[in-house]
Design a binder for this molecule. Sequence first.
Ligand SMILES: C[S@@+](CC[C@H](N)C(=O)[O-])C[C@H]1O[C@@H](n2cnc3c(N)ncnc32)[C@H](O)[C@@H]1O
Length: 283
Amino acid sequence: MDNPDNTVKPEHQEKDQSLRENVPHNAAQTATKKRPRSENDCPTEGAAKPRKIFKYGNYDRYYGYRNINETPKEDVRLQAFIAQKEMITGKQLLDIGCNNGSLTLLIAKHCHPARAVGIDIDGDLIGSARRHQTNMLKLCTENPDTFKALKHVEFRTVNYVYQDESLLASEKAQFDVILCLSVTKWIHLNFGDSAVKLTFKRVYRQLNEGGVFILEAQPWSSYKKKKKLTTAIFEQFKRITFRPDEFNRYLLGDEIGFREMFELKVADHTMKGFRRPIYAFRK
Ligand SMILES: C[S@@+](CC[C@H](N)C(=O)[O-])C[C@H]1O[C@@H](n2cnc3c(N)ncnc32)[C@H](O)[C@@H]1O
């Protein structure tokens, strides 16, 4: 057995300077701190409890909601990754916007990457991800391969969007697979068109030759539903000109340069809003 003393400390404590943190001041609090809808407004006395605003899509019950009616009761996207297992097994994987790590850990459990790094802008979610990993490790001590795969998952609080575009020049290729699932809308609404383009450029640079970028982008129609989440988001929304239906062409075009694109087969989600195509782009 790989783990005779039942030591379940994951390896997330290591610091890798190549993933710069750049986390906005309030990011980690957004999931827990109650705040009024507009960040400039104060709730009136005696008013109903202010609703939590998850301005980065940093929902603290995301998977409970997303997977509530699915059978089996795990993420419908997992099967699509299992079908592409050879793309992941023994490889270096990055999951941008991993939320509480549920899907990252499921992929690690079933597809055994050599190393997986889950990053999220929300430190509270990263805390949950680490606890989740510790619990999963406790449950799989009998299976050394799965134990090893789960132990080689690291979670870090990182804003993937650089504050300074010049940092791109020093970015090094280090991953074989990069996931960006249901995250682009939040990068877009908070940081704008240039941030989405910068994200794609960073992804390309971080991928090894032959590596794959897996993108599940939210459609424009879903942006409209969130445009009034905060006043800042509304201002950002009005400035957007680079729409999600242009992403694929952009990724394959001269500015980025992926060589090919293919679609991953995903079973239909029971909720229409979560039926989003997933595309893979090969460097
Ligand atoms: C809707 S959730 C999707 C979670 C997961 N990727 C999935 O599809 O199951 C979006 C996640 O992206 C994170 N996020 C948003 N903007 C981010 C950024 N700039 N850098 C890192 N994570 C970000 C949010 O905190 C949230 O957990």
